[in-house]
Design a protein around this ligand. Structure first.
Ligand SMILES: CC(C)(COP(=O)(O)OP(=O)(O)OC[C@H]1O[C@@H](n2cnc3c(N)ncnc32)[C@H](O)[C@@H]1OP(=O)(O)O)[C@@H](O)C(=O)NCCC(=O)NCCS
Length: 190
């Protein structure tokens, strides 16, 4: 699959994206709310292959340079009958603050609502992860609730889990304003 926006190509993740992936998943400041991911060359190759195989990961490429600057996760949750998809994203911090993540996620949601018969899209993040929940709000997602101490990706020096309060955001099919002009930019490739 391949989607296009003014500044971005948003396409199915490929195994050869591993080097661009490695750049940002090896940065603790990017991965603070994700937990540590192994970032050796081998681990990144394996992860890129797994992302590509899953079909749920979109690579975001800057048109101007061809560089892969981040990825979007968009996968169906269980049970299937709920027709609910989960959204996630990690972007290289050299490219934060330009609206690229919002632009990419909006296009992935447009495509999903148009093509997949989605009823609801949800996303979760730590309450402290303001850039993440601001992105969801820019997309027009609704804050649905706060689950106290629901997630942990970090430990204290003594090995005790550090619990984070977790926000859930959501948007329903009838609430999503699919952008009319983006349909013309979509091209599907098997
Ligand atoms: C979450 C994350 C993707 C958000 O990135 P981001 O750069 O803040 O989001 P966007 O790309 O949409 O950019 C929005 C910012 O660019 C600014 N901007 C500049 N030009 C813009 C444009 N043309 N269009 C829209 N926004 C623009 C916006 O004002 C906004 O800045 P602000 O937050 O200071 O107001 C990023 O922080 C990240 O990758 N974090 C690490 C991984 C992570 O925590 N993932 C989430 C786990 S739940």
């Amino acid at each position: 699959m391949r989607l296009e926006t003014d500044r971005l190509i948003v396409r199915t993740f490929r195994p050869d994206d591993w080097q661009d992936l490695k750049v940002y998943i090896s940065r603790p400041e990017v991965m603070w709310y994700e937990g540590e991911w192994e970032s050796s060359d081998d681990a990144c190759r394996r992860r890129a292959q797994a992302f590509a195989d899953s079909g749920a990961f979109w690579a975001v490429e800057l048109k101007q340079t061809g560089r892969m600057i981040g990825h979007v996760y968009f996968g169906q949750t269980q049970p299937e009958a709920f027709r609910t998809w989960m959204l996630g994203y990690i972007f290289n911090n050299e490219y934060h603050g330009y609206g690229y993540a919002t632009e990419a996620c909006r296009e992935v949601l447009n495509d999903g609502f148009r093509r997949l018969g989605i009823h609801r899209v949800c996303a979760k993040c730590a309450l402290q992860n303001k850039p993440s929940w601001r992105l969801m709000e820019r997309l027009g997602m609704r804050r649905e609730g706060l689950s106290p101490k629901a997630a942990t990706f970090r430990q204290t020096e003594k090995g005790q889990p550090i619990w984070w309060d977790e926000l859930t955001y959501g948007v329903l099919e009838e609430e999503w304003p699919v952008q009319a002009d983006s349909a013309s930019k979509r091209t599907s490739r098997p």
